[in-house]
Design a protein around this ligand. Structure first.
Ligand code: HGY
Ligand code: MN
Ligand code: MN
Length: 410
């Protein structure tokens, strides 16, 4: 099959990224398509239409993952690509969407060239990758590989109090296909880096070899509301102070552990959240990540010990609830090396990388040889309406994906 000169249609890719970004647009260039909301449904409907227009057979599984299937000349295990189209509340237009739309672009390119790969190709869109509305993140791909029982997934309750199974049915994406619909021969996900490395180093492609470990927990603090004016400091059981102390401790913890350790208190809610009332309750979320599993456990243990001391010092009750815990993942060296080889063959600078963000690919890696292609995020900004990747880099990433898929499907 003469494929060397094949390139995707960058203009169509850009136009579709813009069209998808218009769904759930937040007016400041950003997108809000939280998982299983009406906006997510609209995005899913649009991508399903594009899949069908590309001649793909669309199937939806029991957790709402959906797939576009392109037969090969042989009925062999398919080569899979794809990502997610749900966003955080202040998302950009590339996170996840690039990997899905570039996968469909690869199919259009093969259609236009009248080429049929030996292995079938599948473009997958996974449910609730972000984990912003329902924890954990990568929920759809975790269920897909059989690591999260369906009933448990359906029972997850969102931050706005909705049951996942109900929301999935409500938007009409509780599909009939069983989980692990396809056992891929290999899986490759294209994604923006969402970090500063490629942009700072001036490289175009990242051949992703690893994903760091993730630990998410919710911390509930029960203190005692009291009058802000009359209550002496020594008599306070101030949940608001405890929330602040946690945020400060996490910064110190990251500095003391050093290396790749990152700590984030992304959400804080106080009750009653009033200027003249000492907070009775506080709920905070804690996101700890590290490339090393032992180091991540160290961070978790130090944080747990800090909470015990804080509860004692402040006379409050503190409970924690684990929301997600994924160990670091090593991708398939063969697939990562192939990505690097394809990138250089296409004339793009490339560097091996570890992903700081979680991705569906880290779940697919449990069932088949998997790796990822990264393209630069300008200034490393992501989960922010200012998220940007240049058209040249978008096309370069999609071309590297196309040719990597071709080699794997040959
Ligand atoms: O949290 C993450 O790393 C991803 O954006 N879900
Ligand atoms: Mn993503
Ligand atoms: Mn994301």
């Amino acid at each position: 099959m003469k494929t060397e000169g094949l390139r995707i249609d960058g203009a169509r890719l850009l136009a579709r990224l813009a069209e998808l970004a218009a769904i759930g647009q937040t007016g400041d260039g950003g997108c809000c398509r939280l998982a299983l909301t009406d906006e997510d449904r609209a995005g899913r409907d649009l991508v399903c239409r594009w899949m069908r227009e590309a001649g793909l057979e669309v199937r939806i599984d029991a957790i709402g993952n959906f797939f576009g299937y392109r037969p090969g000349t042989e009925d062999a295990a398919p080569v899979m690509t794809g990502s997610h189209i749900d966003t955080v509340a202040t998302g950009g237009r590339y996170d996840g969407c690039l990997g899905v739309l570039a996968g469909i672009e690869a199919v259009h390119t093969l259609n236009a060239a009248g080429l049929r790969t030996r292995r079938p190709l599948v473009v997958g869109v996974f449910t609730n990758e972000e984990g912003a509305r329902f924890a954990p993140d990568m929920l759809g791909s975790l269920a897909y590989v059989g690591a999260l029982p369906l009933e448990e997934a359906y029972a997850r309750v969102s931050i706005d109090g909705k049951r996942l199974g109900d929301e999935l049915a409500r938007i009409g994406y509780r599909g009939e296909a069983p989980l692990t619909l396809y056992r891929p021969h290999a899986h490759v996900e294209l994604h923006i880096e969402q970090g500063p490395v490629l942009d700072a180093e001036g490289d175009t492609i990242g051949a992703v070899e690893k994903v760091q470990g993730i630990s998410w927990q919710e911390v509930s603090i029960a203190g005692e509301s009291n009058h802000a004016g009359t209550t002496p400091m020594r008599l306070r059981h101030d949940a608001g102070y405890c929330a602040a102390a946690i945020g400060t401790f996490l910064r110190t913890l990251a500095r003391e552990l050093g290396g790749d350790q990152v700590c984030t208190m992304g959400s804080v809610t106080l009750h009653p959240n009033l200027i003249n009332v000492i907070a009775a309750r506080a709920n905070v979320t804690v996101d700890l990540r590290n490339t090393g599993e032992a180091a991540l456990q160290e961070a978790e243990q130090r944080f747990a010990a800090f909470l015990v001391q804080l509860a004692r010092d402040e006379g409050v009750a503190i409970e924690t609830r684990r929301l997600a815990r994924f160990e670091p993942v090593i991708f398939d060296a063969g697939v990562a090396t192939l990505i690097a080889r394809v990138a250089s063959r296409l004339g793009h600078s490339c560097r091996p990388m570890t992903s700081g963000a979680g991705h569906d690919a880290q779940m697919l890696a449990r069932i088949c040889p998997t790796a990822m292609v990264f393209v630069p995020s300008v200034k490393g900004i992501s989960h922010n309406p200012a998220e940007h990747t240049s058209p040249e880099h978008l096309a370069a990433g999609a071309d590297v994906l196309l040719h990597t898929l071709l080699e794997l499907a040959a």
